[in-house]
Design a protein around this ligand. Structure first.
Ligand SMILES: [Mg+2]
Length: 120
């Protein structure tokens, strides 16, 4: 059965990119959210298997959104997607309960690996 992915990213380009990267994989895109507020609402509606979370977004950033989401839904599986590879971001995301990390520019193999890691 396909795993349902919810994408949270303020760039619409990322939705298109994800669609291409996840084509013919075990993952399908269940929802796209442009910001954290939308993601918190959409999660309950969609109940995805895994969420990809951009870090830098207007309004709530990816860390704040992840924290709020996990507070309400501790079962949420989040992959942080970022061009920032700073150690403190990774540590903070880890401590919040984010399952995996993947970096932009996205590569298909790395993305799938991170999504699979998050589902273990
Ligand atoms: Mg962004």
């Amino acid at each position: 059965m396909e795993k349902r992915v919810m994408i949270v990213d303020d760039s619409r380009v990322m939705e298109i990119q994800m669609k291409n990267l996840l084509e013919d994989t075990e993952f399908e895109i269940a929802a796209y959210c442009k910001d954290g507020e939308e993601a918190l609402e959409m999660y309950e509606e969609v109940m995805p298997d895994v969420v990809t979370m951009d870090i830098i977004m207007p309004g709530m950033d990816g860390l704040e959104t992840s924290e709020a989401l996990l507070e309400k839904h501790p079962e949420a599986r989040i992959v942080m997607v970022s061009s920032l590879a700073y150690d403190d971001t990774i540590q903070e995301a880890d401590s919040i309960g984010v399952k995996a990390f993947v970096y932009k520019p996205l590569e298909r193999e790395k993305l799938i690996e991170a999504l699979e890691d998050a589902l273990i």
